[in-house]
Design a protein. Structure first.
Length: 252
């Protein structure tokens, strides 16, 4: 790989982001861990990385993150836009402020960070951008209008970046998983088990993963492995794609 490359992973204090940060560090990258949760500092310390705390809901904080992440190791070669959150509500009662915050965190912040680093990636004739999409980049679910909209938009952004950046050796791809075993998802399982009077395994198999071929949750390390491949030299011909890791959810 020559000079050690640098990766910035957003939302990396836990869940998928943490698994990605740990995997990239194990693969030899210097890693800048971002999160609004100070727990991200512990993740960064454990992998020999740097930590930048910032709230992506504030556009000014995103610009600061871009500067501080570059300052940490002098460059950013790999950008993994992973940060996001969920809110479930019927459309007619969906709060406007939550809608706007979700678009800022999952779409606009990703655009801001790509905009911050794309020029220098092009100048080096190498760069990897991975946006954490979802099966909801491809299909919809009720009561998740803002999340579905944001994830669809993120895939569109991915494809546009791929077309603009490909001539300079920069790739952009989306990773689109179904339910991953994260603290957020495990909380949803427990809540549904209590409200429906079912065992947690029954909630996973019969409710959450009813459309899926494989009736289990995806492990964060499995998503991280796919991200690690996309940022490798071996994936240099892959760009503009939505890499589904969805248990067969979208096979129907």
């Amino acid at each position: 790989m020559g000079e050690q490359r640098v990766a910035l992973v957003t939302g990396a204090a836990s869940g998928i982001g943490r698994a990605v940060a740990e995997r990239l560090a194990a693969d030899g990258f210097k890693v800048v861990v971002h999160d609004r949760d100070p727990e991200g500092a512990g993740v960064a310390g454990a992998i020999g990385g740097a930590f930048v705390e910032a709230d992506l809901a504030d556009a000014r904080e995103v610009w600061r993150l871009a500067v501080e992440a570059r300052r940490a190791f002098g460059r950013v070669d790999v950008l993994v836009n992973n940060a996001g959150f969920q809110h479930v509500a019927p459309l007619e009662r969906f709060p406007l402020d939550v809608w706007q915050t979700m678009q800022q965190v999952m779409v606009t912040a990703a655009f801001q960070l790509i905009r911050s680093y794309l020029k220098e990636m092009k100048e080096r004739h190498w760069g990897r951008i991975v946006n954490m999409g979802s099966i909801h980049s491809l299909v919809a679910s009720p009561y998740k209008a803002a999340y579905v909209t944001a994830k669809h938009a993120l895939l569109g952004l991915t494809r546009a970046v791929a077309l603009e950046a490909g001539g300079a050796g920069v790739t952009a791809n989306a990773v689109c998983p179904a339910y991953v075993r994260t603290p957020l998802v495990e909380g949803q399982i427990a809540a549904q088990a209590e409200s429906l009077g079912l065992a947690e395994d029954e909630v996973i198999e019969e409710v959450m993963l009813a459309p899926a071929a494989l009736k289990r949750l995806i492990e964060p390390a499995e998503v991280a492995a796919l991200v690690a491949w996309l940022v490798s030299e071996e994936a240099g011909a892959v760009t503009g794609s939505c890499q589904t890791i969805d248990l067969g959810w979208t096979a129907r």
